[in-house]
Design a protein around this ligand. Sequence first.
Ligand code: UD1
Ligand code: CA
Length: 483
Amino acid sequence: MSAIRPAAVVVLAAGEGTRMKSATPKVLHELCGRSLVGHVLAAARELQPESLVVVVGHAREQVTAHLTEIDPGVRTAVQAEQNGTGHAVRMALEELGGGAIDGTVVVVCGDTPLLTGETLTSLAATHSADGNAVTVLTAEVPDATGYGRIVRDGASGAVTAIVEHKDATESQRAIREINSGVFAFDGQLLADALGKVRTDNSQGEEYLTDVLGILREAGHRVGASVAADHREIAGINNRVQLAEARRILNDRLLHRAMLAGVTVIDPATTWVDVTVTFEQDVVVQPGTQLQGATHLGEGSDVGPNSRLKDTRVGAGARVDNTVSDGAVVGAQASVGPYAYLRPGTRLGAKGKIGTYVETKNASIGEGTKIPHLSYVGDATIGEYTNIGAASVFVNYDGQDKHHTTVGSHCRTGSDNMFVAPVTVGDGAYTAAGSVITKDVPPGSLAVARGQQRNIEGWVARKRPGSAAAKAAEAASRQVESED
Ligand code: UD1
Ligand code: CA
């Protein structure tokens, strides 16, 4: 590995990407939880380069801010005007000190999110093993339109040049081997060759691809490495290609998960981020999106129709029709159907957050159940407590948020309001329909509601002749005849 460790990787990301038709710079568009350029950087990092330089230009403040966030070790080189890929690499070399560089310089484009570290590593390995001045990563594609074509010598098969689509002749356009835009260069020769690149082409740009011909004419070795899977080098230029790449990357991630022991019922409707992790014997039901740092523990069962972001699901837990963000679900716990877990939710082992329940910043102990129609925000609940249906933890007084504490082994009644700050002691009960505004000592029953009073004969007096009055009369006759 260290033998092929490059001196630098240069990522080209200065272009605007007009075909995306977007206010967002192209390389910041997202798939599977990472930006386009984020995927490229992750692959580049696998090479462990001494320096990693991203060439920025269009919307460079926004792109640079993003780079600082996702990979603070990245250096940026500014290309104020996009005068071509060769010019962009020159700007990167200036950032690295100008002259010749000892070692290999790998160049990749910022819009090829499917490129793997493995492919880059094998390109770098071929490059150093063959002692090349430059090695280009190529691929055979079904439709080469728009790509630079790899021109090879008829007799030896050696690469002689790369010709851009716009500059190619009819017979060159028939070539299906294309330039991926990924190269490994000898850093000693690159700067000098870039200085010789001209702009006498159809786009009036400095083409990086011309470096190949220049090095070859100077008598240096030029090589090519053909990618095993042409889909890996696809550049994203519009949103159709973005969706296609997302599909491919998602399939790749699911494939890996399935081979590691995860059952995915419907890969077509299951979407995962690169950062999601699974243990063995997980089942993912249809219509499920797993995002960010989500982790599914052994034997857990998630979905259908769920979106889990930054959520840890414990072993054997069941999460059904749920939206969750920043929650921790304990082992053997049960969530949903139709639950909304917001940041700071911690559900203990064997606990339950049931149907139409929303939780936020709530620590819920082992075996505790909140089965129906409730809001639990800013709360600590002990173990094996049952929260009655339709309860609200009233945490907001219009200005500040307050905390509610409910102990262990409590039985709170249905339709309770816990007006925070308030504490319910261990083993306490509360009556249905109570508005709990005062602390409840351990073991007490709190009753906080109006007394019921029955006004007899009210219907007969106030609603005479109504269906209700007739029904009431019939009921009283029935009682009399039974007496
Ligand atoms: C380029 C290659 C082509 C190859 C194709 C692969 C050249 C001249 N052509 O063509 O052979 O088949 O990629 O996808 O290299 N960029 C800059 N500064 C510039 C111009 C481009 O940073 O001045 C960046 C872009 O942001 C992009 C990458 O370089 O990430 C490629 O540029 P693009 O304009 O897409 O090149 P293609 O015409 O696709
Ligand atoms: Ca392109």
